[in-house]
Design a protein around this ligand. Structure first.
Ligand code: FAD
Length: 185
């Protein structure tokens, strides 16, 4: 699908949908149909920069949060089961996104999936947390999830990264770095 065509369906590069289906439970790792029930968000890097897709084509990322250790942590180490689970998750998410982009499945020339195991491999974050600490409100590390905490029990050791904030992310990392600079300058 060309960028122009995609632009007919997506007016902005990042679109969130909130339409979780009955039975959706982010805490249920054993629901094999989880991905058919979850909302997906759509993000098109090529809408921001056309170089993020081959000429005349577009790129689209579908994203959702997933239950902790879905399906025995994505197949319990069995590579074939892992591959099948990724296919299943992708098919369900593409199906959900087709509500907004009719015929999406037929337009796809190349697809791939990143799972919490992928994030864990690349970031070394426990359980593939994308942005530092868990986002599970039942697993708070800091009392105030929105505040930045650069202090540590070790003298002159400060946290200048996403780990200074419960929900982490780029804003958390920037805010922590800024506070560290103010502290040590
Ligand atoms: C798939 C994904 C999507 C995301 N989407 C968003 C989003 O939409 N919005 C958002 O706000 N956040 C998002 N995040 C989270 C965000 O990317 C991170 O929280 C943020 O980049 C963390 O910044 P940081 O500076 O703390 O750490 P990093 O960006 O991880 O930087 C740490 C650096 O230290 C280097 N390093 C590690 N060990 C050593 C060593 N021993 N010696 C020297 N260097 C070392 C690493 O190579 C790295 O360059 C996403 C994360 C992922 C994985």
């Amino acid at each position: 699908m060309s960028g122009e065509e995609l632009g007919k369906y997506m007016k902005t590069p990042h679109v969130f949908t909130f339409n979780d289906k009955p039975g959706y439970n982010i805490y249920n790792s054993e629901d094999g149909e989880f991905f058919t029930k979850a909302s997906v968000s759509l993000y098109s890097p090529s809408m921001v920069n056309p170089k993020h897709a081959p000429q005349g084509k577009s790129s689209l990322m579908l994203q959702t949060t997933v239950p902790y250790h879905w399906m025995n942590n994505w197949g319990g180490g069995d590579k074939e089961v892992y591959r099948q689970l990724k296919e299943k998750a992708m098919a369900a998410m593409i199906g959900s996104a087709s509500r907004l982009i009719p015929g999406l499945k037929e337009c796809i020339e190349y697809k791939d999936a990143a799972t919490p195991l992928t994030y864990e491999r690349f970031t070394h974050n426990t359980d593939g947390a994308s942005s530092a600490w868990s986002w599970n409100p039942k697993k708070k590390f800091y009392k105030n999830t929105m505040s930045v905490n650069i202090e540590t029990p070790v003298k002159n050791l400060y946290i200048g990264s996403c780990w200074a904030m419960q929900i982490g992310g780029v804003p958390g990392a920037l805010a922590a770095a800024y506070q560290c600079v103010k502290k040590i300058k």
